[in-house]
Design a protein around this ligand. Structure first.
Ligand code: NAD
Length: 335
């Protein structure tokens, strides 16, 4: 199989490429990434020299740059590329529409033109909006996004659906809950809190800290996408989640305990506007129809993740300072 993985230098995309090279070393993988602040090729150093892996620096919304890759002939596109941080989407919604909506539509159009066999859109449970104290998101839950980020992801999902309905493109959409694990950019809750705690800085927690997220170890997300790629039924949406709901304050306290730091570092800050109260995923469909099962329980996964960041503090600092990006920009400038 020849796969185009977009956003493969980001958190989930890089974990997915490492996973796929391990599982299917004979597959050809092209990683297309614009290397925004969130993209770090350092994550992929262990596969850089693999004969079936290749990196191309390009913007998914740039049709001229993308078309030659489709002309080569692709079996599948897996679209991870996105602007992904809710807080940034509040500051710069236009950037989110450009990459998440227009970028996805550009890829869909090329996939249609060049007869790509399968298009997997990596979406998020945030497109469903927010839950009250009870209930879970199913694939039938109406889309009701509340942030510019989730609205742009919902817009992309609807375009993916339309390319299936109108043009018969073979698509799947996956909607996963919050991921945690190695290589996550330290603006997101878990790595941010770890980094601040290690430096004895305040840990900013939105509102009352009681917003609930449903956490999944990133490798379990990757194994679900693997199943959807190979066995997903045409046009279907699959929710992915591991039934690990935790309040933000619980997550933060676990991090402090694991690092041996005091709870006095916690600072409650003004809530994020439009902050969704609770996410919870019903993943019955993918479990039943595709036989997916997560491997990691939250208690083990979170401890391993905290240990990974402890052991990779140099990675965190380089990523935050942009040092790797500058290095790779020089490396790839003339290719
Ligand atoms: P990330 O921000 O870590 O990575 C995004 C990657 O996309 C980066 O490498 C960035 O350089 C690249 N990119 C951004 N704009 C681009 C463009 N115009 N062209 C090409 N590349 C571009 O994000 P992530 O957390 O790895 O999320 C990956 C996907 O999974 C996203 O689509 C996101 O919506 C979805 N998702 C994330 C989570 C989560 O918890 N992180 C949960 C569910 C779904």
């Amino acid at each position: 199989m020849k796969l185009l993985v977009t956003g493969g230098a980001g958190f989930i995309g890089s974990n997915f490429i490492l996973y796929m090279v391990r599982q299917y070393p004979h597959y050809q993988i092209i990683n297309v990434d614009a290397l925004t602040y969130a993209g770090n090729l350092e994550n992929l150093r262990s596969v850089e020299q693999h004969p079936n892996y290749r990196f191309v620096k390009a913007d998914i919304a740039d049709r001229t740059a993308m078309e030659p890759l489709f002309r080569e002939g692709l079996d599948a596109v897996l679209n991870f590329a996105a602007e992904s941080h809710v807080d940034r989407s509040i500051l710069q919604p236009d950037l989110f529409v450009r990459t998440n909506v227009l970028g996805t539509q550009t890829l869909l159009d090329l996939a249609k033109q060049y007869g790509v066999g399968k298009f997997v859109q990596i979406s998020t449970d945030e497109v469903y909006g927010t839950l009250g104290e009870t209930g879970l998101f199913t694939e039938e839950t109406p889309l009701a996004p509340n942030s510019p980020y989730s609205a742009s992801k919902a817009g992309a999902d609807l375009l993916v659906r339309a390319y299936h309905e109108t043009f018969g493109l073979n698509v799947n959409i996956t909607r996963c809950s919050n991921n945690y694990g190695p290589y996550q950019f330290p603006e997101k809750l878990i790595p941010l809190m770890i980094r601040n705690a290690l430096e004895d800085k305040a840990l900013p927690v939105y509102g009352d800290g009681l917003n609930v997220r449903d956490w999944l170890y990133v490798e379990d997300h990757c194994s679900a996408i693997d199943l959807v790629l190979h066995q997903g039924k045409r046009g279907e949406v699959y929710n992915i989640g591991g039934n690990n709901e935790r309040t933000n304050i619980e997550v933060v306290k676990t991090i402090l305990t694991e690092l041996g730091k005091p709870e006095s570092l916690i600072r409650f800050v003004k809530d994020r506007p439009g902050h969704d109260r609770r996410y919870g995923i019903d993943a019955t469909k993918i479990r039943r129809e595709l036989g997916w099962q997560p491997k990691y329980d939250y208690e083990t996964g979170i401890k391993e993740t905290i240990r990974w960041y402890l052991e990779h503090q140099d990675w965190m600092e380089q990523v935050v300072s942009g040092a790797y990006r500058q290095y790779y920009e020089l490396q790839y400038r003339d290719r």
